[in-house]
Write a protein that binds this ligand. Structure first.
Ligand code: NAP
Length: 286
């Protein structure tokens, strides 16, 4: 009998993470004897968690805030995206060495490809310059975007993020009008239902949005944000944040198992978990 393998999430807080649900659903659907656990690891102790992974023989780690930078210094090798970002969301084994990877940006590009959307040659406007935005800038740069405009509340942070891709420049909110692909990579709109939203819940003014554009929101709670509703009203094609979440997880499993998981199973599990979360929120009057 083969020994059951363990993969795990480390972060804090972790109680709202969809990762355990998504990963376990794909393990079960694949019929592999893998379990997925979630460990609440205090800030500053990410490197110790990597050391524990070595000692315990944990087969794979997903890494979330606040450990992404610490873990990048604790593994033996980084993949190109993790090296550029100095940030790791996945740890896997290569023989007896631990490899740190960053699958968020590649997950974003894979989610668009799954919807038949090609990034190569596109003009891309990215609103935000935090961790998620940096992953997307790095990945769309690698995927051959024609141009990238980075629009952020803090222009210093936008300028620093532009170092990730040769075609990236600091932009202004007006620049969204000229982009093929407009991405909200800020946390603005998170947790706000469109019916309750004000202009403060939009990452930038929506006047420039138009039917020829594809508009993405990385926020996936709620799935249909005020930003996406406004983009749809402007006639644009909209893409929610769940695809990126699912595809970055699918890339993690590909690294751990060496096989491609069933993305449809992962998406269904995530949708069920989000629906259950909304029902609980309704029941408690929130
Ligand atoms: P982060 O590192 O904290 O960055 C937050 C970004 O939002 C910064 O650019 C910040 O601007 C901007 N921002 C925050 N509040 C703002 C406000 N009131 N007005 C204007 N800009 C504001 O967070 P993150 O990790 O990048 O995550 C950003 C969002 O992406 C979150 O909602 C997260 O859930 C989502 N996300 C989704 C996925 C997915 O798979 N779909 C993956 C990762 C993250 P400043 O730089 O000026 O502070």
């Amino acid at each position: 009998m083969t020994q059951r393998r363990l993969a795990a999430l480390i972060g804090t807080p972790i109680e709202h993470s969809l990762s355990p649900t998504i990963h376990q659903a794909a393990f079960d659907a694949a019929g592999v004897d893998w379990a997925y656990a979630a460990f609440d690891v205090a800030a500053g102790r990410g490197a110790e968690a990597v050391a524990a992974m070595r000692v315990l023989g944990i087969a794979g780690l997903s890494v979330t805030m606040p450990h992404k930078h610490d873990v990048a210094t604790a593994v033996d090798r980084l993949d190109p995206a993790a090296l550029a970002l100095r940030s790791v969301n996945t740890v896997s084994w290569d023989g007896d060495r631990l490899v740190g990877s960053s699958t968020d940006g590649a997950g974003f590009v894979a989610a668009l490809a799954d919807d038949g959307i090609e990034v190569a040659g596109a003009s891309v406007a990215i609103i935000g310059a935090g961790g998620a935005a940096r992953s997307v800038i790095d990945a769309v740069g690698r995927a051959g975007a024609g141009s990238i405009r980075v629009i952020n509340r803090s222009t210093e942070r936008a300028a620093s993020a532009c170092d990730l891709a040769a075609m990236a420049r600091v932009g202004r909110p007006d620049d969204i009008a000229a982009a093929d692909l407009v991405v909200n990579a800020t946390s603005v709109g998170m947790g706000i239902e469109p019916a309750d939203a004000t202009s403060a819940d939009l990452p930038c003014p929506v006047e420039g949005l138009q039917p020829s554009q594809i508009v993405v929101d990385l926020v996936y709670h709620p799935l249909r944000t005020a930003w996406l509703v406004a983009a749809e009203q402007a006639g644009a094609r909209i893409v929610d944040g769940l695809g990126m979440l699912i595809h970055q997880a699918a890339l993690q499993q590909s690294m751990w198992l060496g096989t491609v998981p069933d993305v449809a199973v992962m998406r269904r599990a995530a949708l069920d978990a989000l629906a259950a979360r909304s029902r609980r929120a309704d029941d408690t009057g929130r």
